[in-house]
Ligand binder design. Structure first.
Ligand code: DO4
Ligand code: MG
Length: 286
């Protein structure tokens, strides 16, 4: 089952279930749920969503709605250097501190960093941004874990950890500036509930970057290339930290564009993950 936040030209944002090419609204009037995050808290999520599905309510064609980032008040965190490809790329970009990436790839404790508050996150078809002071930025296509306040893994979405490689490569202490700024993250198009994901070992992640309508960069990886388990990442995230509204946890990139490639304004980025769908965004700089 796929949950979405969406709006139409006439309506306020709504929460619904996306099935094939239709979105059906959840009937939340008079219920205790005010947000998608609150629904994700439910102990019996699947039954509750089925109960809230208003079989008499209007359905919308997926083409007539605007899908929104499926986030409410959650913090977005990210794991780094969880794939060998990311470790190698980071060592190449960072002359001064290449060995920190090598060490963290092998260490028990994963790299986890704060990525975004909800207002810095864009949704499907939204515009992701290159910092005005970066000359080398890339998308990072990542599976995002959807966690409720008990840090239970309730679903998955597609994430883009847009990053300034030149700023991070200059000095690892600049990581927050390379990673966190307005429109630095994109999430969507939906949350696939955990029970509905295909076998994770077989899930692939695909990146396509289009320039002037032409495919400029393409890459694929699969979750079986990850060097860490989700349980391990969630365990470290929850050590000494609480998440009263839940959290998103991006699980790291296994696809890095060639080193001579940087995103430019008007590029378009499509990230596809099996069982979830395609997250499509345009790019702007400054
Ligand atoms: O070490 C810096 C960030 C790594 C990262 O974002 C990734 O591997 O996806
Ligand atoms: Mg990343």
């Amino acid at each position: 089952m796929k949950l979405v936040k969406f709006r139409t030209a006439e309506n306020e944002p709504m929460i619904g279930v996306w099935e094939e090419d239709e979105v059906r609204r959840l009937a939340l009037d008079g219920r205790q749920y005010r947000s998608l995050a609150e629904i994700l808290e439910d102990e019996d999520l699947l039954s509750t969503v089925n109960f809230l599905l208003d079989r008499n309510s209007k359905t919308y064609s997926i083409d007539e709605v605007q899908l929104l980032a499926p986030i409410d008040q959650q913090e977005v965190w990210a794991a780094g250097v969880t794939y060998r490809r990311s470790q190698v790329a980071r060592m190449e970009e960072s002359e001064v501190s290449a060995d920190v990436y090598d060490r963290v790839y092998e260490a028990d404790r994963p790299e986890l960093f704060f990525k975004a508050q909800p207002h810095r996150v864009v949704g499907p078809e939204g515009t992701i941004r290159i910092r005005q002071d970066s000359e080398w930025s890339v998308p990072e296509p990542e599976l995002a874990l959807v966690l409720n306040s008990r840090l239970q893994l309730v679903g998955y979405t597609v994430g883009n950890d847009v990053s300034a490689r030149d700023i991070e490569g200059d000095n690892p202490l600049y990581l927050p500036q390379a990673k966190v700024y307005d429109q630095c993250c994109s999430l969507g198009p939906c949350i696939t509930l955990a029970d509905s994901m295909p076998d994770l070992e077989e899930v692939t992640i695909q990146l396509e970057i289009f320039r002037n309508g032409e495919l400029a960069v393409e890459g694929t990886t699969s979750l079986d290339q990850m060097a860490r388990t989700f349980a391990d990442l969630i365990h470290y995230l929850g050590r000494d930290s609480s998440f009263p509204c839940g959290a998103f946890l991006l699980t790291g990139t296994g696809i890095v564009p060639p080193s001579d490639f940087t995103l430019l304004s008007k590029d378009e980025v499509a990230i596809t993950i099996d069982g979830i769908g395609t997250l499509f965004n345009s790019v702007v700089q400054g």
